[in-house]
Design a protein around this ligand. Structure first.
Ligand code: H79
Length: 447
């Protein structure tokens, strides 16, 4: 009895933060499982951060960072007029980069809806001179071109009066110190309903901002059930930096490989068994930042993609379009180069899972059926010693050109004898052909 009591007390104390506050007992439908398998195979997507903040060109956090009150911030939408927005060009860019899906901000922390919301007039159609629903235009183009579309949705809101009590951010917005949290959640559910009913079949919803109020009751049970009812095949993920909550369909990592914590906020992000995704920027910014010219090189971008795949994760790579609707040439060029690389080396990335040999400082492995792809990213020596793969090795060849790589096996190790002349400055890929396929399931797949 004492034990039962202490468990009950524990539940009362922890109530709001327990994962059970999400969609407990959720059983994904067959469509959802199929979408997860598709997602795992896709491996590469385009992240787009676009909102009225782009007018200022100082990133999507400008409202918070520069303590801009709502009354001031509301002067941005009348200045947002992306007359050069061309969904055909955006989707063509993503496809040329070898990306299989797009995730775009439908509403960021600033609360401004980038679509024709009927729940609020704080949206692109009602408040900007442009007056068009850019998400609808993008959704149509994605459908035409066979890319899946995900909507980023910020649970955190710096604009809505009912986002109260306030969390860690949003304290400079000038809102009255009162509000109805439940009314805010109703508003959020209403907006999500619009997004899930007005834009065709979605890839999924990418939540962010839960971390602003980890102590709050977000009523996730209701929100997640709603989404799964409206579109069982839409995947739910949340950037809460924790182990996935019940009801989620994939797990994401911001600016870190799964299990790493260089960004500083992934200390509680234990890896679960769902499909994984890592998001990163090409320069250092998500939303358009006019001063940020620290763009990653082609080599750095390919390494991000390949390492993510080696960790069994997708890479969601970001661009922040300008307020006129164009994407800076520095992004476009690099993405085209990544696409060129993928056209030559895509079989070592698409449709693969993390390989049987764990990621190491020299590189990573990926696998598909009987093939293990050894991505040698940084290894200057002629001999590379690896743990022996779990199946007999038939052949080893360079993916580029198909020449054989001499190798030897002993009880513990596979020694690859690499030819320095065949070394690729970006990624030397050796394909091992095994005698049998390695069976992987989401639960047992090597990480
Ligand atoms: O949309 C992009 C960013 O705007 C958003 N996520 C990506 C995909 C993002 N929001 N916050 N961050 C990224 C990092 C910010 C972390 C902090 Fe905090 C917010 C530091 C302090 C407040 C969260 C809460 C981490 C510590 C406390």
């Amino acid at each position: 009895m004492r034990r039962v009591l202490s468990v009950l007390v524990g539940l009362l104390v922890l109530g709001g933060t327990l994962p059970s506050a999400a969609q407990e007992g959720y059983r994904p439908t067959p469509e959802n499982l199929e979408a997860r398998a598709w997602f795992r195979d896709a491996r590469f997507g385009l992240f787009i951060h676009w909102g009225v903040y782009s007018v200022l060109g100082r990133g999507e956090w400008v409202m918070q960072n520069e303590k801009i009150p709502i009354a001031e911030y509301e002067k941005l939408p009348p200045r947002f007029n992306p007359t050069e927005f061309d969904p055909t060009a955006w989707v063509a860019m993503a496809k040329a980069a070898g990306m299989r899906y797009i995730t775009i901000t439908s509403k960021h922390h600033d609360g401004f809806a980038m679509y024709d919301s009927k729940t609020s007039d704080y949206d692109i159609v009602d408040r900007t001179p442009y007056g068009k629903d850019v998400l609808k235009m993008l959704a149509e183009e994605c459908r035409k071109e066979g890319l899946k579309l995900f909507f980023y949705y910020s649970q955190l809101d710096w604009h809505h009066p009912d986002y109260f009590p306030r969390g860690r951010t949003g304290q400079w917005s000038g809102r009255p110190e009162a509000g109805e949290w439940d009314r805010y959640l109703d508003y959020m559910d209403a907006q999500l309903t619009e997004l899930l009913t007005g834009y065709g079949p979605l890839g999924g919803i990418w939540f962010d901002g839960w971390w602003d109020r980890p102590e709050a009751d977000w009523r996730l049970e209701r929100t997640y059930s709603l989404i799964h009812e409206l579109q069982p095949g839409a995947l739910i993920g949340s950037n809460h930096h924790r182990k996935p909550f019940p009801g989620e369909d994939f797990q994401m990592f911001e600016r870190d490989l799964p299990g790493h914590n260089t960004a500083g906020w992934n200390d509680q992000a234990e890896i679960g068994t769902l499909p994984l995704e890592m998001c990163e920027t090409i320069n250092r910014s998500w939303g358009y930042n006019a001063d940020d010219d620290r763009h990653k090189s082609l080599k750095e971008l390919v390494h991000l993609l390949v390492k993510a795949a080696g960790y069994d994760a997708n890479l969601l790579l970001n661009v922040g379009p300008k307020p006129d609707g164009t994407i800076q040439p520095q992004f476009v060029e690099r993405l085209r180069e990544v696409g060129d690389w993928l056209r030559r080396n895509g079989e070592s990335v698409y449709g693969t899972r993390g390989g049987p040999i764990p990621p190491r400082p020299w590189g990573v492995t990926t696998q598909e059926g009987r093939h293990v792809y050894v991505h040698v990213l940084d290894w200057p020596d002629k001999v590379l010693a690896l743990p022996r793969p779990p199946r007999p090795v038939r052949t080893a060849r360079y993916l580029a050109g198909g020449r054989e790589v001499p190798f030897s096996l002993d009880e513990d190790a596979l020694l690859l004898r690499l030819d320095p002349k065949a070394a690729d400055p970006i990624d030397t890929i050796v394909v091992l052909e095994l005698a049998d396929a390695i069976m992987t399931t989401p639960e047992t797949g090597p990480r």
